[in-house]
Ligand binder design. Structure first.
Ligand code: NAD
Length: 281
């Protein structure tokens, strides 16, 4: 069994990005810029935003942080996002989710133009992925693909099973694997015989949000297991995979924490650079 070290890989990517952003700066006389918008004081969101800003610093990306109070109006948030959309120094815009309940997140996200949508959440970018056209892909599934690639794991012709069908993880994950020529099955909360389907997977991706959901009997001997889940149990972070019992059966597995998580931010930074380069074409 090989442990896939997402923390180390993400650090390598940030170092690579630093060189690339320096080249960008030398060529165009400006920095790559990412705007981050946080509304309210949700503690988890504050941590995520802080980590994203720190990631920017490490990768040589200029960050524009905008903190709005929890009672900010729909109009105020939309106006801010629209002003960032029009700002040439900003190549990517990220609105940290979840937004407070009184805000219409869909309308706010719609203010982000597809070419600055570094999260890849827009209909245009998800559509582009489905059509195998150039666009921006959601950071977490993109991070999974990068981990597979850098671990030398082939995808073409493999049987891949994705558990979870959310727009930000499961769905784009399945499309990426399909685009890489895997035979893909998507399982979700209404899937009968889920355990048997998972047990056929050469590559199993768990993106459910249920602690230790994937047990050893659901995993084929020698499978690659990617755990996207982040769950807090008794103050400890655990994944969607029962790591202790599953790991010995696998050829490769990601830990939680230190697996997919750090890759998400690395891919956000990478997406920002790619958006900046496209803006200069
Ligand atoms: P979500 O709640 O939007 O979607 C969960 C999916 O799991 C749904 O499609 C649902 O059908 C499926 N599901 C739920 N219960 C199930 C069951 N009993 N059997 C089969 N399928 C079931 O969640 P999400 O945003 O896709 O996130 C999934 C997990 O990944 C969460 O733990 C989240 O914290 C984590 N996550 C991690 C990162 C990261 O950077 N590592 C990023 C995003 C999400």
């Amino acid at each position: 069994m090989t442990l896939i070290d997402g923390k180390k890989t993400a650090a390598e990517i940030r170092a690579e990005l630093r060189e690339e952003t320096m080249r960008f700066e030398a060529r165009y006389g400006k920095k790559v810029g990412l705007a981050v918008v946080l509304v309210g004081e949700d503690p988890a969101s504050q941590v995520y935003v802080r980590n994203k800003i720190r990631g920017c610093e490490e990768a040589g990306i200029r960050s524009f942080a905008h903190f709005l109070p929890a009672d900010a109006s729909q109009k105020a948030v939309e106006e801010l996002v629209c002003s960032l959309a029009a700002d040439d120094a900003v190549h990517g815009i990220l609105v940290q989710l979840p937004l407070p309940a009184h805000l219409d997140a869909k309308r706010i996200l719609a203010c982000i133009p597809a070419d600055k949508d570094v999260d890849g959440f827009s209909a245009e970018n998800l559509g582009r992925l489905a059509l195998q056209e150039e666009g921006t892909v959601a950071c977490t599934p993109l991070g999974v693909m990068e981990l597979l690639r850098r671990s030398g794991i082939g995808i073409c012709g493999k049987r891949a099973v994705v558990i979870g069908r959310s727009n930000i993880v499961g769905r784009p994950m399945a499309l990426l694997l399909l685009n890489a020529d895997a035979t893909v099955t998507v399982c979700h909360s209404k899937t009968p015989d889920l355990a048997q389907i998972c047990a056929q997977a050469d590559i199993l991706v768990a993106a459910i949000g249920r602690p230790r959901f994937v047990t050893a009997d659901m995993v084929k001997e020698g499978a690659v297991v990617i755990d996207v889940g982040i769950n807090r149990v008794d103050g400890k972070l655990v994944g969607d995979v029962d790591f202790e019992h599953v790991a010995p059966k696998t050829s490769f597995i990601t830990p939680v924490p230190g697996g997919v998580g750090p890759m998400t931010i690395a891919m956000l930074l990478k997406n920002t650079l790619v958006c900046a380069e496209r803006a200069m074409r």
